[in-house]
Write a protein that binds this ligand. Sequence first.
Ligand SMILES: *Cc1c(COP(=O)(O)O)cnc(C)c1O
Length: 333
Amino acid sequence: MKLARFARIRIAHAPTPLEPMQRLTQVLGGPNLWIKRDDCTGLATGGNKTRKLEYLMADALAMGADTVITQGATQSNHARQTAAIAARLGLQCHLVLEDRTGYRHDDYRNSGNVLLDRLFGAQLSEVAAGTDMDAAMARLAGRLRDDGRRPYVIPGGGSNAIGALGYVTCALELAEQANNAGLAIDTLVVATGSAGTQAGLVAGLEGARAGIPVLGIGVRAAKAAQEEKVMQLAEQTAELLGVAGAVKREAVVANCDYVGEGYGVPTPGMIEAVTLVARTEGILLDPVYSGKAMAGLIDLVRKGRLRKGQNVVFLHTGGAVGLYGYLHAFPAI
Ligand SMILES: *Cc1c(COP(=O)(O)O)cnc(C)c1O
């Protein structure tokens, strides 16, 4: 794979640790559980968008941009990490935030990621749920260009083939860590939303013939749509890397049984997972992505689909700052 030829800004604290989760393993009584700590990428409380932004921001700079635009839900972790890296590079940052949940709680609208977006000096604009976000960003880019600025538009979640390169890098990093630890990984579990993370992982692992299967746990779309989205982006990423055709359709698997009522809407399984991992491992998950992905992992262990004797790695994609936007969802326990 021709990974090294792509421009990259080194900002993530990597390699992120690969650690055993001994107490959670014991409590669940199933497979050996490990955690890959991409919540510790170091940029503004970390998370998976940092690795994507290493490639996206390098591309923005190469194009002479002085401004970046991106979009997400109100409590977007991607928006927060983009705002932080833009501040660090001295670029103006515009965030178009979709009121996807309609929540009116003060914590949701002002705390968590929103507080940090403002601290990093980003310019926030809110649009109604269901808005065509790409069109909204294109309109904003047009206005900024009329004002003499040079905007670079980053898609939601940083999920295009350039952003996905960040997770090709992570795939290679994880494969090396597993080799060094003598760890044969049976399943890599990861939250999947805008699809760049899973697509990059699959492209990297398949491109390297690493033999590590990936299981995405969906947070928004239904299974068929999510797998289609991941597959398309994985194919584009493989093509960009010069290994077109490396990703077989069977390598793209998403389980979308843990979304609940919708994106960003808490579920009892998420609350249980966030609480259990906090109390067994001292690790913070998030309410929108990693909490639901872990709820899926826990349920699949209980159903015997992930079994004793197997080695399962959970990719922690970050987002714990979002907990402060969801105070209202956590019962006083
Ligand atoms: C964005 C995000 C994800 C999902 O990653 P995608 O590349 O959008 O699929 C998972 N976890 C957290 C915490 C995120 O912020």
